[in-house]
Design a protein around this ligand. Structure first.
Ligand SMILES: Nc1ncnc2c1ncn2[C@@H]1O[C@H](COP(=O)(O)OP(=O)(O)OP(=O)(O)O)[C@@H](O)[C@H]1O
Ligand SMILES: [Mg+2]
Length: 384
């Protein structure tokens, strides 16, 4: 959808801001550009909508060389959130949001109705905030208006330059979550610039890690964190990249351990006997449908009756597909050595700290080899 082919930008004073850049953003994909200040991120972005012209190379949007498209028309098809938000101070929030629809000739009423819809989408009540002026908003609210404005004409492509940069970490995380939810629904092709690796990892389907004017690595968040391509990338993603990786690695059914299972209606004495024979200290308790009920300790079963009379309800579980970090968090929160993993109500298995570590190691290896995690045998990476 957006394709860079050997793009170089040299400013008149001799600064090479971008050097031989080639990469592609697929339709509906969100790519984050991350790198230190001055590495050429904004320059990269502005060449897409021709606010800056490349010195050499070309950029295609939807198969069309942007150099051949009238810049004004081009910019109407590409939403742009600029680094400092850039709202018009003398226009209301509603009119700011309606800027592009108005420019492209929508009737005023239609443009305003659309703007109100968008404000609502980014979590600002249009009745309250629509009539205000930008200076009457908080930093986070202003950034939301910036996002709403960029989306107003429903452009297929969105360029976002540090869209959540000017707010504190808590608000920032909130805006990121909202944006991800929105992106789920609207599926724009997005190029998003940030200097924050956490943000890049959180938002990006893929990440381009920039050094000076060049891409050092272009890959999924998991791969960038798991197998940094160069020492520069390793340093940039940080020493805690293993920890960061927990939040981008999903729990798969293959990762799970199968503990002993007791049934709710089973006589306690019978369950105790076979658990004892297995050398198990506890069992997961499922109901007749195979849904998770809870757990029971072998010693408790001596009291007799059915397993159901003695079992503890268990409220701590995670869905399959959730990040490993969530499972780890639940284990810590409940001070437990394992956590149940469900698919809908159905019990799939449990994740233990050892299994979690194994999943992480296998996923690193799988990314490095470009295969799925199920194809990696843990023994082959255990002592790597
Ligand atoms: N008009 C210009 N003339 C000369 N050099 C420029 C010009 N605009 C930008 N540069 C230089 O090009 C390089 C890349 O700038 P750019 O704005 O793309 O960086 P950036 O990665 O967006 O940085 P930041 O994170 O600080 O926003 C910098 O060294 C900058 O000083
Ligand atoms: Mg910049």
């Amino acid at each position: 959808m957006i394709r860079f082919e050997q793009v170089t930008k040299r400013y008149p004073d001799g600064t090479t801001a971008v050097d031989g850049l080639s990469f592609e953003v697929a339709e509906g994909e969100l790519v984050t550009l991350v790198g230190p200040s001055g590495c050429g991120k904004t320059t990269t972005m502005m060449m897409v909508n021709r606010l800056i012209e490349p010195t050499s190379g070309r950029i295609l949007v939807n198969g069309e060389d942007v150099a051949t498209v009238d810049p004004v028309l081009l910019r109407r098809r590409i939403g742009y959130v600029i680094q400092q938000v850039g709202l018009f101070p003398h226009r209301t929030v509603l009119d700011n949001t309606a800027t592009v629809p108005t420019l492209v000739g929508w009737k005023k009423a239609k443009a305003r109705a659309r703007a109100a819809e968008l404000l609502d989408l980014v979590g600002l009540d249009p009745k309250t905030y629509g009539p205000r002026y930008p200076e009457q908003l908080s930093g986070g609210q202003r950034q939301r208006v910036g996002v709403a404005r960029a989306l107003a004409a429903d452009p297929p492509v969105l360029l976002m330059d540090e869209p959540f940069g000017a707010v504190d970490p808590v608000v920032r995380e909130q805006l990121q979550d909202e944006f991800l939810r929105m992106q789920e629904a609207v599926r724009k092709t997005v190029l998003l610039v940030t200097h924050d690796i956490e943000e890049a990892v959180r938002l990006g389907d893929r990440i381009a890690v920039y050094g000076q004017g060049r891409i050092e690595q272009f890959d999924t968040p998991g791969a960038v964190l798991g197998t940094p391509a160069t020492p520069y990338v390793a340093e940039f993603v940080g020493a805690d990249r293993g920890l960061k990786r927990l939040s981008v690695t999903e729990i798969e059914a293959d990762d799970l351990e199968q503990p002993p299972i007791a049934r709710l209606d089973e006589p306690a004495a019978q369950a105790a006997a076979w658990l004892d024979a297995e050398g198990a200290r506890w069992a997961v308790v499922l109901d007749a449908a195979g849904d998770l009920h809870g757990w029971v300790g072998v010693d408790e079963l001596a009291a007799g009756g059915t397993v159901g009379d003695l079992a503890h309800r268990m409220n701590s579980w995670v869905p399959v597909g959730a990040p490993l970090k969530q499972a780890f968090g639940v284990m810590l929160q409940h001070d437990a050595g394992w956590v149940a993993v469900l698919e809908g109500p159905r019990f799939l298995g449990v994740l233990t700290p050892a299994k979690l570590h194994e999943a992480l190691r296998r996923s690193v290896d799988a990314d490095a080899r470009g295969v799925s995690r199920g194809q990696v045998d843990f023994d082959s990476v255990a002592d790597a």
